[in-house]
Write a protein that binds this ligand. Structure first.
Ligand code: PLP
Length: 329
């Protein structure tokens, strides 16, 4: 049976351990922890809504043992934030070390004791008169956060459909940049997918090859091989994609192919899954109305989820370098 939870594009705000409030106490803004309620912006300082704003999405997992949170691949996410800033010619105005410390400060200040989601984002600061903000514009950097539960221990699946919308391309709006404006493309595809009875869309590129979903990369399994679109197919350079490639090869001993993927390969796949920080490893149980495998999460997805869970909860020494530990208050 296909179970299709109502999955948000990014994890929804949940606050079961803080029932009295849906928002955290603190966020980090350009050098300081700021009380949530006083993080105001002038109506004409539209940098936060401009085409150039960029962001990251990061998870912190509660450790399986002890009283700590483990931020997953923080260094890699911050590197991608700087990569996005470089391509968009924005000046973040902070060092990676400062943003690393700030991320941990946000977790500590808000007193998280359970899994949380962090969103560092950057936007041109000050009074913006037009959308074409100049090169090297100094940014404000905000790190906000919310409570979120992991779906790793409660396996589910979803229905996906190939979209009639074409993925934005390197030639116009590079998908390698994690810019808010890129999500207009994914949103249109999502609206169409929901209209057609799917949970999530998978977008093709202008060469009609598979790219990704609106908030996650895609991989499939055929004859025991894991196949995922290459990084030049028109995808975000996903951290989860990279993690899963590593775990598939090193833990499960599977061959991984990074190459162009045809739409019809989805129809022949034994398994398909989305890969993303927010979605983690989400099996696709039907594609364009065709059942994938036997219509339930497959063994490779299960193996990857298990390995991924061990890593993010700090139960794997081998990948401990991917974790940044913060003591819970
Ligand atoms: C468009 C898009 N592709 C892929 C991903 C997956 O990237 P990651 O695994 O680094 O979260 C995301 C999530 O941020 C995304 O928004």
């Amino acid at each position: 049976m296909i179970t299709t939870p109502d999955l948000p594009l990014e994890p929804e705000t949940t606050a079961p351990d803080r029932p009295e409030q849906a928002t955290p106490d603190w966020l980090w803004r350009s050098g300081n922890l700021v009380p949530w309620a006083s993080a105001q912006i002038h109506v004409n300082a539209v940098g936060h809504a401009s085409a150039a704003a960029i962001f990251e999405g990061i998870r912190a997992y509660r450790a399986a043992q002890g009283e700590s949170l483990l931020v997953f691949r923080l260094e890699d996410h911050l590197r991608r934030l700087y990569d996005s800033a470089r391509i968009c010619r924005l000046d973040l105005g902070h060092t990676p070390a400062e943003l690393t410390a700030a991320t941990l400060d946000v977790l500590r200040a808000n007193g998280y004791r359970q899994d949380a989601y962090l969103r560092p984002w950057a936007f041109p600061r000050g009074y913006i008169k037009e959308q074409m903000v100049p090169a090297d514009s100094l940014c404000e950097v905000v790190i906000d956060s919310w409570r979120v539960d992991s779906a790793l221990e409660a396996p589910a699946g979803c229905r996906a459909g190939v979209s009639s919308w074409i993925r934005i391309s390197e030639a116009s709006m590079p998908p390698r940049v994690k810019a808010f404006s890129n999500y207009h493309n994914g949103r249109l595809a999502l609206l169409e997918a929901r209209e057609n009875g799917h949970d999530w869309p998978i977008l093709l590129n202008e060469r009609h090859k598979i790219t990704e979903g609106p908030g996650a990369c895609v991989a499939l399994v055929r004859d025991g091989r894991v196949i995922t679109p290459s990084l030049t197919s028109g995808v975000l350079e996903g951290v989860t994609r990279d993690t899963v490639i590593t775990l598939a090869e090193e833990v499960l001993g599977l061959a991984v192919e990074q190459r162009e993927v045809d739409r019809t390969e989805l129809y022949l796949a034994d398994e398909i899954f989305f890969l993303g920080t927010a979605w983690e490893i989400l099996p696709v149980l039907a594609i364009d109305g065709l059942r994938v495998g036997d219509g339930s999460p497959g063994p490779v997805a299960a193996g990857l989820r298990d390995a991924y869970t061990r890593v993010v909860r700090g139960r794997s020494d081998r990948y401990h370098h991917w974790l940044t530990e913060v003591q819970c208050p």
